[in-house]
Design a protein around this ligand. Structure first.
Ligand code: CA
Length: 239
């Protein structure tokens, strides 16, 4: 049952979507204790309805839900209004994660997770939204020579060889960070810290998964992997 009790908190609004009562309540209590204004949904349709009603700043979204799953919820809410989404998954499964990234999830936590880590990830995602506005102020000239890759930072649009490609907010921020130093290898840890704002660096698979998704959109040879180190943008495509 949804908790519709009035909340006097004025912190950022978070929608928690989780059908397991123990986890939903624990996450909600912890986030409320951290100053967030939290609403709860317990299934797919309820999440979509409450998203429109409560206009949250961030969504914590379980994948396995009654009605329809978290991926479908993410697809529908992102189509309505871009919002940062932290997915909760039952298993550390690459295929599952890629599906989530494809529908616009920004970060992942694999169950079981520590509440402290959840709160840190939520705070980092919200900080990233603030930083996106700062990034928008970066003049295009600071992005260096990107060959036939064109990035309009202000409008958050990207073209490859004249054709526009649609990136998720996270993919875009990742691209802008890599494009800030073309050809330079950036470590997974630094990308995680700078793009996600999360200095813990335990979830480096998140970076790998987003790079994979970015490659699928802008061309695999444009992002070079330096094994065991990190990634570099190769503007003209690696030869
Ligand atoms: Ca579930």
């Amino acid at each position: 049952m949804p908790d519709s009790s009035p909340d006097i908190s004025t912190g950022p609004r978070i929608l928690v979507v989780e059908d397991e009562p123990v986890i939903n309540r624990a996450v909600t209590e912890r986030l409320r204790g951290s100053g967030y204004d939290v609403t709860q949904a317990w299934d797919g349709p309820g999440a979509v309805a409450l998203f429109a009603e409560s206009v949250p700043d961030l969504v914590v979204l379980d994948v396995m839900l009654p009605g329809f799953d978290g991926h479908e919820v993410c697809r529908r809410i992102q189509a309505e209004r871009p919002v940062p989404v932290l997915m909760l998954t039952a298993r550390d499964d690459e295929a599952d994660i890629l599906v989530g990234l494809g529908v616009g999830a920004d970060d992942y936590l694999t169950k079981p997770f520590r509440m402290r880590e959840l709160v840190a990830r939520v705070a980092a995602l919200l900080r990233r939204v603030d930083r996106a506005a700062e990034l928008a102020a970066v003049p295009a000239s600071e992005l260096g020579d990107l060959g036939d890759l064109r990035v309009d930072v202000g409008a958050r649009r990207v073209w490859v060889a004249g054709a526009e490609v649609h990136l998720t907010p996270t993919e875009f921020d990742l691209l802008v960070r890599l494009a800030g130093d073309p050809g330079v290898v950036l470590t997974r840890e630094s990308l995680y810290a700078e793009v996600w704002g999360w200095a813990g660096a335990t979830g480096t698979r998140t970076v790998d998964s987003h790079v994979k998704a970015l490659r699928a959109k802008i061309g695999a040879d444009r992002v070079r992997t330096v094994h065991g180190v990190g990634y570099a943008l190769e503007p003209g495509g690696a030869s």
